[in-house]
Design a protein around this ligand. Structure first.
Ligand SMILES: Cc1ncc(COP(=O)(O)O)c(C=O)c1O
Length: 355
């Protein structure tokens, strides 16, 4: 299929790639030579431009700074053994992005800008994709309001951009988790299902307090009783109890993770029963006491799969031994093999960047 959109491309005069420590890539610190930028004005999307990575200028009256109309996505691209780049399930992120946009009263971004723009940008900076296991190119599409007026109403103008960041493993070690009993991330009717910037801003205090107590991450719980588990900071969560994998159902308060969906598919291939339902923290603690809690892990684009080694709730601590697990490491192995092009893409998850 040929490109269906005309993107203006202004190439950098000098690549910064030689300044990047590819042997030690912290998440989200280095960005490639180019970025995609397109404005929404007069009720329509203007011509997209790929230009050298550079600052953008905004007025102090920029509506996003005051009222927070801002959404984003996180996607990864990998290099396969033939040296070609493939993007993992970008159409799912595209769909979710526009669900977020709708909730935040922002315009939908057309597929040819989101997908085609991303493909062309990656092709241009393809040398930046790290060629190492557990490494990839993190793709950050985002949109924010650009009206310059103080007043609570939807902006009439927006900017959509895509950045690329070469990245290594996000959470290389198993994590310890504080089960949240004070703060709430999302409640029914709120914006929990949207990848909106405000969700992350409001979570920072809970993270900081959990960190102070010695935990790596927070596991959010329902707004009413703080009993039903929801998701972690940037990950959905799974518990394997007996031969059943349980993950909270999509009730509007959690993000519909693309990794979550992929992991459900692979767990079923491994003959596990997968249940998407309400999951009470008491059930997890009881399973641990009964010796049936086998594994617990987070799933997300950044970390892929992140084993949970410890879970603390109101003075009760559940300790797990990720070194002895077999299921989630196998899920991760299968997922990585598909992403890195080392095994057949039987689900049609990979989208090549080249035409
Ligand atoms: C709040 C939240 N939940 C879950 C996830 C996992 O979603 P995905 O697997 O699509 O990355 C993310 C990361 O995107 C997230 O930010």
């Amino acid at each position: 299929m040929e490109a269906v959109i005309d993107i203006k491309v202004i190439k950098t005069e000098k690549s910064r790639i030689s300044e990047v420590p590819f042997d030690n890539l912290p998440f989200g610190k280095y960005f490639t030579d180019h970025m995609l930028e397109v404005d929404y004005a007069d009720g329509q999307w203007q011509k997209p431009v790929i230009r050298p990575f550079q600052p953008i200028t905004i007025m102090p009256t920029n509506a996003t700074l005051h009222y927070g109309q801002s959404i984003f996505e996180g996607i990864k691209a990998y290099i396969n053994p033939e040296g070609k780049a493939g993007i993992f399930r970008p159409y799912d992120n595209f769909r979710r992005f526009n669900i977020s946009a709708d909730r935040m009263m922002m315009p939908a971004v057309p597929e040819e800008i989101f997908i085609e723009g991303m493909r062309q940008l990656i092709e241009l900076d393809i040398k930046w994709i790290p060629r190492k296991g557990d490494h990839s190119m993190y793709i950050r599409p985002f949109m924010f309001a650009t009206d310059n007026v103080i007043g609570v109403r939807p902006s009439s103008t927006y900017k959509f951009m895509i950045l690329l960041s070469p990245t290594g493993p996000y959470y290389p070690k198993p994590v310890s988790i504080h089960v949240e009993e004070k703060y709430t991330r999302a409640a029914p009717g709120g914006i929990g299902f949207a990848k909106a910037a405000g969700n992350y801003a409001s979570s920072l205090k809970a993270f900081a307090e959990a960190n102070e107590k010695g935990y790596d991450q927070v596991l959010w719980t329902d707004a009413f009783q703080h009993k039903l588990v929801q998701e972690m900071g940037t990950m959905n969560v799974f518990f394997i109890i007996g031969n059943t994998a349980i993950t909270p159902d999509l009730d509007g308060a959690i993000l519909e993770g693309v990794t979550r969906d992929s992991v459900i598919t692979i767990l079923e291939e491994l003959d596990l029963t997968v249940e998407e339902r309400n999951l009470n923290i008491d059930e997890i603690i009881a399973a641990d006491k009964a010796g049936t809690l086998k594994e617990a892990f987070g799933t997300g684009t950044a970390a892929v799969i992140s084993p949970i080694k410890e879970l603390a709730y109101k003075g009760v601590t559940v300790k797990l031994d990720p070194d002895s697990w077999t299921i989630s490491p196998e899920v991760k192995r299968r997922l990585n093999a598909i992403q890195e092009g080392r095994s057949a893409d039987v689900h049609g998850w990979m989208v090549p960047t080249a035409h």
